[in-house]
Design a protein around this ligand. Sequence first.
Ligand SMILES: [Zn+2]
Length: 247
Amino acid sequence: MSIEKSQAIVLKRQKLRETSVLATLYTKDFGKISGVMKGVRGIQNKSVNFLEPFTLCEVVFYKNKRGGLYTISQCDLLDYFFEIRTNYERIVHALYFIDLLDAVTQAEDSNSELFELIYESLKALKVSKKPAPVKSIYEVKTLILSGFKPRVDSCISCDSPIGEKAKFSSKYGGLICYKCCAKDSLSHDIFKGTLASMLHIEKSDFDSVWRLDMTSRVRRQLSHILDDFIKFHIDKNIRSRSFVNQA
Ligand SMILES: [Zn+2]
């Protein structure tokens, strides 16, 4: 593989030896990659310091001849997101955002829309007074873009149109009608406002989606539904989620 250059959000960083770092990056053009940035003659490369979780960088990298990891030869900082790093609630949300992105993506499966989503979500987070709605918006859009979208147009079990009332089933992955809901004893009623918010997030672009206004009970229910759905379908053990829920 030739030498490549791409913008990237740092997902993980691990010190390898005194002078080198192993980083997992979500690149705009190549998807998720893992690469090593080495120091020179016992001196740490200063750019290594830019490879912090959720920084935006421009990286130059190439694949080693024997395959496996990439070598990151250059890293220029584009956004350190200081406004996030100075606020605990924002930090735990940003760490959760990158962990969720890591959980839904496979290595080298490029998806520039997912890159745009994480970047726009971090930008929204750094100016947010309340991170919770940013989190719900990020989660809904992540589920859609990574193929885990909850089905909300008709009953997930029998396909019949959803009338006035429906329940939400995490197990089945969407709305379930009153006739079928006995199949999932954990399915529960969903407010019209919660459903409308999910549909609004799905349809809206990044210029308007952050202006979504939810009542506190809709916000709480949407957060609860997404939390349950992600635990069931993606990963029970995203550790940073527990910090977000306590923040
Ligand atoms: Zn049904």
